[in-house]
Design a protein around this ligand. Structure first.
Ligand code: ZN
Length: 201
């Protein structure tokens, strides 16, 4: 993907960050600085970076599941709207497709469960729904982010994970082509990329 910088390589997968994501960090720092000075600016940047980590871990859920089926992931790119994992090829069986697609959101469910254990399960729905609010507890915010990541990515439309889950389920009954056609009319695209939303908070 053009306009992206290589951050490093983990287990054979290049982690790339798109220039627009760098601009998002600059913008978040600037707007938070206007509101609350340097401490607020760094808190804003730390929050976005925590979202970044959760999205990368989500992508590695897909990567680990794909690797299980001997599919390599040459690179992932982080954009302001989320992460994109480029798989070497599409899973060939509906079950493979299903498992690769759900592995990402499952990582976020695990992170949210861990954070709930840390905060002792005391977080209102109202707090969880506003993870971008700096007034909310430090651990509650990422818990809200991870729940958001699960809900957002399970929207049954391509190229979201939910669209792939839908195609896998349809392909159990129909042919792969028909399942793809139906699932693709709900969303867009049918390529090798796993689009995972995340930063639209
Ligand atoms: Zn995903």
């Amino acid at each position: 993907m053009g306009w992206s910088l290589k951050l490093g390589t983990i287990a054979g997968t290049e982690i790339r960050i798109h220039m627009t994501f760098v601009l998002l960090l600059v913008w978040i720092r600037f707007t938070h600085y206007q509101i609350g000075g340097a401490p607020a600016a760094w808190e804003g940047v730390a929050f976005i970076l925590s979202v970044f980590v959760c999205v990368v871990l989500h992508e590695f859920g897909h990567i680990a599941a794909a690797r299980h089926f001997r599919i390599k992931t040459p690179d992932i790119t982080l954009l302001p709207i989320g992460g994109v994992a480029r798989l070497e090829r599409n899973p060939s069986q509906p079950t493979e497709e299903l498992l690769v697609a759900v592995a990402g959101p499952l990582v976020n469910i695990a992170i949210a469960a861990l954070l709930f254990a840390v905060i002792g399960g005391v977080a209102g729905l109202e707090q969880l729904a506003r993870p971008q609010d700096p007034q909310i507890d430090f651990f509650v915010r990422p818990a809200g982010v991870n729940i958001f990541l699960v809900l957002f990515n399970m929207i049954p439309a391509f190229p979201m994970d939910g669209g792939r889950v839908l195609r896998a389920i349809l392909a159990w009954r129909w042919s792969w082509e028909r399942a793809t056609r139906v699932a693709a009319t709900i969303g867009q695209g049918r390529g090798l990329r796993h689009g995972c939303g995340g930063f639209v908070l």
